[in-house]
Design a protein around this ligand. Sequence first.
Ligand code: ADP
Ligand code: MG
Length: 462
Amino acid sequence: AAVRDAAAVAVDAALLAGVLMRTGEQPHASDVVNYAPFTLLPSAVPRALFEQAYAVQQDFNLLVDAVSQNKEFLEETLASTIKVDDFTARLFRIYMQVLEEGLAQTVFLGINRSDYMFDCGQDGTAALRQIEINTIAASFGGLASRTADVHRLVLKVLGKTEEASRLLPNNPAKGLALGIAKAWELYGSQRAVVMFLVEDVQRNIFDQRCVENELWNRNIRVVRKRFRDVFEQGSLDASRRLYVDGQEVAVVYYREGYVPQVYNQQNWEARLLLERSRAVKCPDIATQLAGTKKVQQELSRPGTLEKLLPGHPEAVARIRATFAGLYSLDEGEEGDRIAATAIADPDRFVLKPQREGGGNNLYGEELREVLEKIKDSPERTSYILMDKIKPQPALNYLLRAHSPLQVSKCISELGIFGVYVRQGQELVLNQAAGHLLRTKAIEHADGGVAAGVAVLDTPYLV
Ligand code: ADP
Ligand code: MG
């Protein structure tokens, strides 16, 4: 009964706080909305691992920025992938084309989210293991800014006032807006706007509005456009300033553009136009490529981090300490060996293609079947293998519209937002900008909140 009461309070609190999503039935309208799914209770997170994740975020910002500026590394790393993966190949072609022409962009803005799980060792101790780093359209910074208030109230309703007071403040929306505002300012045109490049179907619009409204609070104008609008209304002037619908654009913030399905010929042309422009792209195409799974895997090779971040041995050590085992499936002996190992013991691994957004990875029997099929073909190289992280499950209630209230065995994934701004060669801003905890029932191997699997959560540090 206490849980049922608390759940009713929680749902209303989420609606009041603005933890919202548009519905599947009416994904284009804001006149009927629902709460975004979330846990009834905050989840326990080891304090040491939480602090470790925050402490390494500026290092990851540095690393992503370094990779994005290293043409030789990107070329070498992605060479095998772009032979077989058409999407990565097309992104790469734009990257090369823009470099050949010479960059008009001089201010660079990175907003990323580094995601982790807590791997449970044989002796029961947990270790922080990076799942991936998202360098484009990392979402839920807005809704995460409001979730802790809901959990604080729930704990009070359940008589846990002392515990409620220990939940941390968290405002990624503000941190993200700070980065966007800095980039806008350095671009240096009062008239120019920030353009959110958004999807056709915008179910997660409230998450984006949180960041948008922070910019309006700073008197920075925001417009929302789709690729299609850019194709129809976009142009560059002689100095490659970007105009869309008559307005000069200082910053393009992509919340779209990371899955192949959105790119028809027109949208590819729009993307090229944006990349050629002087506008600050968040991210530019090089930084998007820096976030591919293939790059992640190559970063884990001995010696690579040292080459990319010379003179930063401590940052290198902090970064490496978060890596799980990652393996190349490139053609050759190394790839043959790990493919055979994974086929023999698929539960030890995750098979990942070069895709974002959840639901693309392969596990268990399916991993075995697919790898059997492609193990002797070049198609193999469009994937990487990763050690499967095995967190200790905990019980919680996942509150989701139209779903019964029931207890589930759950695991969590912690994301830390990072923001940086570079002007020419000078890094003028480099920060951690808040966190996101997502929790899912253990039945689901894959998938995030937008994919309908995970729900929003708040860390309770232990
Ligand atoms: P995407 O770009 O689709 O988000 P991720 O690498 O983040 O790809 O994987 C999607 C989800 O799959 C993660 O949120 C996590 O739940 C699960 N996952 C990914 N890698 C691992 C791993 N090594 N061990 C366990 N689960 C994983
Ligand atoms: Mg992910």
